[in-house]
Design a protein around this ligand. Sequence first.
Ligand SMILES: Cc1cc2nc3c(=O)[nH]c(=O)nc-3n(C[C@H](O)[C@H](O)[C@H](O)COP(=O)(O)O)c2cc1C
Length: 383
Amino acid sequence: MSKFPRISDLEPAAARNIPPFIHAYLEAGTGNGHAMSRNRKALDKVTFTPELMHGRFVPNLETKFLGQTFSMPFGVAPIGLSSMIWPLSEHHLGAMAAKLNIPYTLSTVAGASIEDIGSKCDGFGWFQLYAPHSRAIMSSLLERAVSSNMRVLVVTGDVPGPSRREDMRKAGAPIGSRNETKMNLKMLLQILQHPRWALAALELKGKLRFKNMEPYVPRDNSKPISEFIGEQLNGSLTWEYLSEIRKHWKGKLLLKGVMQKSDAMKAVDMGVDGIVVSNHGGRQFDGNPASISALPSIRQAVGPKYPLVFDSGIRSGLDILRALALGADFVLVGRPFLYGLAAIGTHGGEHVAQILEEEINNALLQIGAQNIPELRQRLDLKN
Ligand SMILES: Cc1cc2nc3c(=O)[nH]c(=O)nc-3n(C[C@H](O)[C@H](O)[C@H](O)COP(=O)(O)O)c2cc1C
């Protein structure tokens, strides 16, 4: 795969292989894309000053986190409807997670079911919950996650309602807006011009699936399923509801989307096991600060031992080290895994993981840091 030695090489290849209206769903930020570009700019500013002549060493990337041992300090962030971006992507990424011993987070609004992906992940599956208004649906989803061996529940707190994602609207992306777009001639032409995607998509049989939510659609429902899902999931989560979920879920629980220390401390007080510092990859609110700029103060507030995950804007192994140096214990990566699948096909996710692993190893060698405490010492605080 020397054609794609960096994630930035996969991204344009992915864009070529997916119909533009689908690509817009994967790529879109919100507003003018400022939060998304802020994520990148702030990560690029974090530098390390290398320390010379540490001799030969092979860094050990094995990471213990939330009672599990992972081969590397990163995993896959939840991506709703990723099977629309690249067909069967939940299956491919779940199998990758089991093979490489890294976590894969399945979204509530995934195309594939908790049961199918739980068994693919073989103990490396996490389940992301958009809390449904109906408590009966919530507890059913949690029971299914437990029986499917999903080890960690990731509750997403930063979606008070749908985001505008104007680029998606302009491109006519079929979801994420209130009106479900019907297939039209423009979309059909785009599909015909992207035969690799079209062939892979034969699996979808022309229909968007929300397999986790489908069992709960009332029999007499005449609206599109996306409307039912919107009614259930939009703006339902409150701190009181999170505390109900905490009581229900006996396993490890992460709250995703935290950007300030007061929210972090509320989660700590509520018995949440860890936090995902994230601005949703710049997809929810264009006025958000860069996700990485929120990390140090949250680490300081929660103390050195409290589990912290970081996501938003990670595009290299060096970025992962930047987040670890600034206080994260673990990192989630979103869009890049889909770039890999769309650019290369079935094993594209593995290629992304391999790039990240090699880049982490190489950067640690260049920096002269054999472990995270040494890495933190080399962090250049001038920036
Ligand atoms: C296409 C797409 C769909 C997403 N769907 C979800 C979702 O269903 N649940 C969720 O908690 N986050 C979702 N996210 C946010 C990701 O989990 C993650 O926070 C974000 O992608 C990280 O930024 P990155 O893509 O720059 O790595 C989605 C992101 C993208 C790009």
